[in-house]
Design a protein around this ligand. Structure first.
Ligand SMILES: Cc1cc2nc3c(=O)[nH]c(=O)nc-3n(C[C@H](O)[C@H](O)[C@H](O)COP(=O)(O)OP(=O)(O)OC[C@H]3O[C@@H](n4cnc5c(N)ncnc54)[C@H](O)[C@@H]3O)c2cc1C
Length: 543
């Protein structure tokens, strides 16, 4: 690397969307320093994500910000139903409804201390930003744009433009993380191809404001309305803030690029609502729905995370949640590398573990889109005749059954596992079924460590995060000293926790369970391993 730098940082994060902010926050929480550069001022004009998944909420719990998400201004009493409309809201027919209680009435499932949350990006990003900025070691620079970088095996030198002054900064970093979104300039510069389908649909999102929307029609309120016409599904309306802002999406097929005119947007809103009304358009965002995963997540000292690594249809709410999972997986590994106890393979395990998780989410999201678009053409669909009614009943039943899969996703959010990971020690037990809806807790290596409620009210999940944890379960657990000593020899932080709680042993199934800083199981057994050094070397990526 050549030349002097203006700023030296262990980790440069490019992009402070939700994934860059989660990355900065988790590094700060681990006591690491980092610098994040973001070209905008952080304002969100088009909230995209609004579902904070249950695993992301578990991470928020770890970071101490779950209560902030739960207290976000999204109205807790707003019904979360998904409703399927033939024709328009005012003049058409409700052909199906998936009822879902308001957030205030939703409870965590038995497998978690948390529940998923409705918290749109313009409310969630500021919570992550405040969390990240609570650490003195985290430096977030808004209105700073990465314009170029040199990448070598021992570090990166980035050129960043300070947009307010036009000044150029050179930032030297041991690692750089590209959290620069789906259009990632860093990924393009590294020449990393995206694999998959680059255009599932062309969609235009319109955020409009109207107070009293519910009074425009006779359908009971809900979170999302999906509109079906004679040519199938064509639009959705989402209660983006549960009050006066609505996200209207016009969905066109992957063969219909281009942007609708302002006149066409107004006509489409009129068509969906079925009534004339006054509203204010706050923003318009044409975007392409994709199903893509980067071929590689790493090049030298640069890593891809979030939408820069994968682009998926929002159907299912997996995009940001997958990206936050990337950040959590990468952060503890980067922390280990900077602290000197990572083996050579630890950082490479990031792509081995996270790429299949992205593929799984991308495929499920594309499948959800296919189900949403499944009704197809039907000439009689909007006729006010017995034949029209028969068709609507038939389509409504079929559509309602198909769409359930998008709403019931516990298995997607909690059930991803790091099968075949080089840093997990497989124990030969068969995997639990990988079902998008059903999640069966297991402490099988590679899986998320199970949640068990402890006598003092905490969750087992509250024990994990900062270091490796060796759980010793039950009164008869063997002496863990050899494992602790092996970790000590390698400088790998390890906390030994004895748990003699009635529900913990059945959930974890073994007397010793080694849990990684991200809360996934690395190894388990009923006896101390014959070669504890080998186990420790495997889980820290040194074998
Ligand atoms: C309609 C819609 C609904 C969605 N709903 C959900 C949902 O409910 N749940 C969910 O999990 N996901 C959802 N998603 C997906 C989610 O919005 C994305 O996955 C998520 O925003 C990705 O976060 P990110 O931080 O990786 O990228 P982004 O949010 O795109 O952030 C990238 C950031 O990098 C900055 N940047 C880019 N280049 C540079 C540069 N050169 N220098 C400095 N900064 C730069 C950009 O300004 C931007 O702020 C939805 C998406 C859409 C379109």
């Amino acid at each position: 690397m050549t030349g002097t730098v203006d700023i030296e940082t262990p980790v440069l994060i490019v992009g402070a969307g939700p994934v860059g902010l989660a990355m900065a926050g988790d590094l700060g929480w681990r006591g690491q320093a980092c610098t994040a550069v973001e070209q905008t001022d952080g304002s969100i004009y088009q909230p995209r994500q609004d579902l904070v998944g249950i695993r992301t909420m578990e991470f928020c719990r770890r970071w101490g910000i779950a209560a902030d998400v739960e207290a976000s201004p999204y109205p807790r009493d707003y019904p979360q139903d998904n409703i399927y409309i033939a024709g328009s809201l005012a003049e058409g027919w409700e052909i199906g409804r998936y009822p879902a209680p308001a957030m205030a009435d939703q409870r965590p499932p038995p497998q978690s201390p948390q529940r998923r949350e409705r918290c749109p990006q313009n409310m969630f990003d500021p919570i992550l930003r405040k969390f990240a900025q609570s650490f003195d070691s985290v430096d977030i620079r808004y209105r700073h744009r990465l314009t170029g970088f040199e990448n070598a095996d021992d570090g990166v030198v980035a050129t960043v433009e300070k947009l307010e002054t036009g000044e150029t900064l050179r930032i030297g970093a041991r690692f750089m993380v590209a959290c620069d979104g789906a259009g990632s300039g860093i990924r393009r510069e590294l020449d990393i191809p995206m694999i998959g389908n680059p255009a599932l649909t062309y969609t235009t999102n319109v955020i409009f404001r109207h107070d009293g929307f519910e009074a425009l029609h006779d359908k009971r309120p809900g979170y999302r309305f999906i509109f079906l016409g004679t040519a199938g599904t064509w639009a959705t309306i989402v209660a983006i803030n549960g009050r006066d802002q609505w996200r209207f999406s016009i969905v066109r097929s992957g063969d219909e690029p281009g942007e609708p005119s302002e006149q066409a947007i107004h006509a489409a809103i009129r068509r969906a609502v079925g009534a004339d009304f006054d509203y204010e358009i706050l923003s318009v965002l044409p975007w392409t729905r994709r199903a893509l995963v980067a071929e590689r997540y790493r090049a030298g000292s640069v890593f891809l995370a979030g939408d820069s690594a994968h682009a998926m249809s929002p159907t299912g709410g997996f995009g940001m949640n997958t990206g936050v999972g990337d950040a959590v997986d990468l952060c503890w590994k980067v922390d280990a590398a900077l602290n000197g106890w990572a083996g050579d393979g630890l950082l490479d395990s990031y792509v081995v573990e996270r790429r299949p998780v992205a593929e799984r989410a991308v495929n499920e999201a594309a499948g959800n889109l296919g189900r949403m678009l499944s009704p197809g053409d039907n000439a009689h669909f909007l006729e006010d005749t017995p034949e029209g009614a028969r068709v609507r009943t038939e389509v409504g039943a079929r559509f309602s059954a198909a769409m359930k899969r998008e709403w019931e996703t516990l298995g997607m959010h909690l059930g991803y596992r790091y099968e075949g990971s080089p840093i997990c020690v497989a124990d030969g037990t068969p995997p639990t079924p990988d079902d998008p809806a059903i999640y069966i807790q297991t402490a099988r290596p590679g899986s998320r460590a199970p949640h068990v409620r402890l006598a003092d009210g905490r969750s087992t999940l509250d024990l994990f995060g900062r270091s490796f944890v060796l759980l010793c379960l039950g009164a008869g657990a063997p002496d863990p000293a050899p494992v602790a000593a092996a970790a000590g020899r390698r400088g790998m932080p390890l906390e030994v926790i004895r748990l003699d709680e009635p529900d913990a042993k059945p959930a974890y199934e073994r007397r010793l369970v080694l849990v990684r800083p991200d809360g996934h199981v690395a190894w388990r057994g009923d006896a101390v391993p014959a070669n504890a050094d080998a186990v420790i070397d495997t889980v820290r990526g040194a074998r």
